[in-house]
Design a protein. Structure first.
Lengths: 335, 520
């Protein structure tokens, strides 16, 4: 296959997985709207915390007609299957994107590719943790979020496949960026849990509809912690180990207070504060969840804000190809 | 004068102790952490003189009113400013104050036996009971063996009840993490105190030897000693670059490679190294990086008397991706009047009426210079230093054609232009290339790296080693035995009820007896 054919394949696969994510979202919406007719029983509340994963599976029984029960179960499974399919197609899109470049490379050389890879990790991580953390309740949110981000990527961030600037040709591109992407995915999922924790905690008295089937705040808090506890060491590895090593090789200074570095550090500090807050009286629960969301905000700002608004960042690979170079130091367009 | 103590009044020692307790509390540490994050923000928004001095000075010129205020609060060097330092020093003190007492505490804790079973196990949030026909001692023995096998530290209490604990390394990881943070900061401090960073622009073919006079810019750490500089030298023999002529990044340069010959000391033998981006040359503790390149047109100026007033490659600074470059040539010795040139170099020259001269491509396919000529006093006799990239035009006048129209020196290699008024001639003899070389010495970098790696290991330990306690107590009840099992998760995030159910199931499997019934 030629590079152009790979690129076409990648673009088509992105479109296809977008459609499949959308269908998955529809299936989940049907499932959840059908569930509105089913009263939330104690059984159901336990089931969302249970190990079989399905939200609807434990409903049924007293007073609920068989049809509704079957329908919710069916659409829940359909949504899950479609999500898996979409993730598989997205994987194809990523591989094709890497194959389309000359020389072949990892598909995270610009913002479009980073978003593609990041959403893939969010969706894949969700599927991987689906059973372990009983994440069925999260499905519509995750699929919706991934879909929106994919649209943003295609509409605003799209870049044709292009060779990278010199400084990006390094094994550290693989290690540094892949760890940043994985951590971003885990923090995003953790942030969803924390956001729902806050919502659920506020409407504790008598939640209805969707919220009634979201796990108890204590469970949400624990799931959120586990996702963050996974993301934090990976982020540490990306930002404080591989980042400095690569920066030292490419730019001669392992820590240069570049805006991207500063914000990655800020994110690190905020999540460190979150982990501490969880075990500090007066901070656990609500404040910790707020810190987790603050961390997520700094994380995303670092990705989007710094790339678009900061002209001094050496990381702004989203910048247009023509850059005005002020100093002789910048002839190599590593910046 | 014995002052009477009013309620709530503190002596100095009490005050200090109170302050120390406040500082080393978790809440203060949290607030300091968040303050550190907050304080780091301005440095990412306002240009920092330590990061990009040119950008900073431009910003300062553009904001004459804000600049003095910003300067006063150190917003142009946030990360060296007193208030930023204050936050992280307080954080460090807080950290150390937190760690030292905890080290002793955990040192004892690590070697301690599991605590004896609480009197009433069913008071614990996670507990289970079941009945069995087995004897009390049998149950205790089974539990002891089972928990031992599962990696718990197990002891038997005076009443026979089994206490088990695991995850002792969790706190070790926690301590390791916090100690490593200090190691990282020490490494970082050593690097910024004793290290240096400097840059030099060298025309290809020229050499460099490592001493202060040879640098164009040099940023030493505050405790840096020039004697620490390693006495190496190198020559740039040639420089390769590969220009992309097709595809979406057409015009981009790739594959930069400087072919160096270097000597580690003046008496050591010469070695070769191909210097590339991401592949610095290490000489001892010092590293040499290739971080930029550009063009140096070779220009010769002959004055009105026909004498050579200036000749040589002149470094022009690129202004965009097509390597349209800007530079000046100064000939202060030209007679009858000094001559200065200012203008552009275009590697692939093109011209339209609308845009004027421009470059369509970065490679020197059709190089040309287009420069304005100034004459008069270039301000170089006063002795004050001047940038080689700027022309002082305060006392110099722009040279025009005899009819008063615009005069430009537009030349291709090999061409010569005659200046009006018998000032002399300008020749464009050819094009050479230059490399920007960055040289830095960062002692302590491996200390910092080791610190971060240890911190990560500690972090993994403190996040993923589960610390929990399990107690099992059996007692005779009627003609059976009632077994109580309780579990306590000491680290957040785990779901201890699963562990409890698992242990209970394993215990019951160990002593299958008929007629048992379960309670919970």
């Amino acid at each position: 296959m030629t590079d152009a054919a790979w690129e076409t394949l990648s673009n088509q696969a992105v479109a296809a997985c977008g459609v499949v994510y959308f269908l998955a979202l529809l299936a989940y919406l049907v499932e959840w709207s059908a569930l509105r007719k089913v009263p939330v029983t104690a059984d159901a509340a336990v089931a969302t915390d249970g190990s079989d994963g399905g939200v609807a599976l434990a409903t049924g029984g007293d007073g609920v007609d068989e049809d509704t029960a079957r329908r919710t179960a069916l659409f829940g499974r359909l949504g899950l299957l479609l999500t898996m399919l979409a993730v598989a197609i997205q994987f194809v899109a990523l591989v094709a994107r890497g194959m389309a470049a000359d020389p072949n490379r990892v598909p995270w050389g610009n913002m479009y590719e980073f978003t593609l890879a990041g959403t893939f990790v969010v969706a894949a991580l969700f599927l991987a943790m689906y059973r372990k953390l009983s994440l069925a309740w999260m499905a519509p949110i995750v699929v919706g979020l991934v879909l929106v981000l994919l649209m943003v990527a295609v509409i605003w961030l799209y870049d044709p496949v292009a060779p990278l600037t010199e400084a990006l040709y390094s094994p550290w591109l693989v290690i540094h960026v892949v760890s940043a992407i994985i951590a971003t995915g885990a923090f995003t999922l953790g942030g969803i849990c924390s956001a729902l924790y806050l919502i659920k905690e506020r409407s504790k008295r008598k939640p209805t509809g969707y919220l009634a089937r979201v796990p108890e705040p204590a469970v949400l808090d624990r799931v959120s912690y586990r996702l963050h506890a996974f993301g934090f060491p990976v982020w540490t590895f990306a930002v404080l180990i591989t980042g400095p090593i690569w920066a030292h090789q490419a730019w001669s200074t392992y820590w240069n207070w570049d805006p991207k570095e500063v914000w990655a550090f800020i994110t690190w500090v905020v999540y460190a504060a979150y982990l501490h807050a969880r075990s500090t009286a007066g901070w656990k629960g609500r404040n910790a969840a707020l810190l987790a969301l603050l961390g997520l905000a700094t994380l995303w700002f670092n990705f989007i804000g710094i790339n678009f608004f900061s002209s001094t960042s050496q990381h702004s690979y989203a910048a247009p190809a023509v850059q005005v170079v002020d100093v002789p130091a910048s002839g190599l367009s590593t910046r | 004068m014995a002052a009477e103590r009013r309620p709530g009044e503190l002596t100095l020692t009490e005050m200090l102790r109170w302050g120390w307790r406040q500082l080393t509390s978790m809440r203060t540490a949290l607030i300091l952490l968040l303050l550190l994050a907050l304080a780091a923000i301005p440095g990412s928004v306002i240009p920092q003189s330590g990061v990009d001095s040119l950008k900073t000075s431009r910003w300062q010129e553009a904001h004459p009113k804000l600049t003095p205020i910003y300067e006063k609060v150190g917003l142009f060097s946030v990360y060296d400013s007193p208030w930023f330092s204050a936050i992280y020093i307080l954080l460090m003190v807080s950290l150390i104050g937190c760690i030292i007492p905890r080290t002793f505490h955990y040192w004892k804790g690590i070697r301690a036996a599991p605590p004896k079973a609480p009197r009433n196990l069913s008071r614990l949030p996670d507990h289970a009971t079941y009945e069995t026909k087995d004897g009390v001692d049998d149950v205790h023995d089974d539990a002891f063996a089972l928990l031992k096998k599962r990696g718990y530290r197990v002891v038997s209490g005076p009443d026979g009840a089994v206490s088990a604990e695991r995850g002792y390394l969790r706190e070790v990881g926690n301590l390791l993490f916090h100690l490593s943070v200090i190691v990282v900061l020490v490494g970082f401090a050593v690097g910024s105190l004793f290290g240096y960073k400097g840059g030099v622009i060298l025309v290809v073919g020229n050499g460099f030897s490592n001493n202060l006079t040879q640098y164009d810019d040099f940023v030493p750490g505050s405790l840096f000693q020039p004697d620490d500089m390693e006495p190496f030298s190198f020559d740039i023999g040639s420089f390769d670059v590969n220009w992309l002529t097709s595809g979406p990044r057409k015009g981009m340069a790739q594959g930069f490679e400087s072919h160096l010959t270097y000597q580690e000391t003046p008496i050591s033998e010469a070695k070769k190294y191909d210097l590339k981006v991401n592949h610095p040359l290490s000489i001892g503790d010092t590293e040499v990086f290739l971080i930029g390149h550009g063009y140096a047109p070779v220009i010769t100026i002959r004055d009105g008397n026909g004498d050579v007033a200036y000749s040589g490659p002149t470094i022009f600074l690129p202004t965009d991706q097509t390597f349209t470059s800007f530079g000046v040539v100064k000939a202060p010795d030209a007679r009858p009047k000094q001559i200065g040139l200012e203008g552009g170099f275009y590697p692939t020259y093109a011209f339209t009426q609308k845009t004027g001269p421009f470059s369509v491509f970065g490679n020197a396919v059709n190089p040309a210079i287009s420069m304005l000529v100034y004459t008069g006093d270039l301000g170089m006799d006063g002795g004050s230093s001047q940038s080689v990239y700027e022309l002082d035009k305060a006392n110099a006048e722009l040279v025009k054609k005899d009819d008063g129209s615009m005069f430009r020196v537009d030349l291709q290699p090999g061409q010569t232009a005659k200046l009006p008024d018998g000032l002399g001639t300008v020749s464009f003899d050819g094009v050479e290339r230059w490399n920007k070389i960055q040289i830095s010495r960062t002692p302590g970098k491996f200390v910092a790296l080791a610190g971060v790696v240890l911190a990560l290991i500690g972090l993994l330990g403190s996040l993923f080693i589960r610390s929990r306690r399990i107690w099992v107590r059996a007692r005779r009840e009627g003609d059976g035995t009632l077994v109580e099992v309780a579990a306590l998760e000491r680290s957040g995030g785990g779901d201890v009820s699963v562990v409890l159910a698992d242990v209970v199931a394993a215990l019951r499997a160990a002593s299958p007896s008929p007629g048992e019934k379960e309670k919970s």
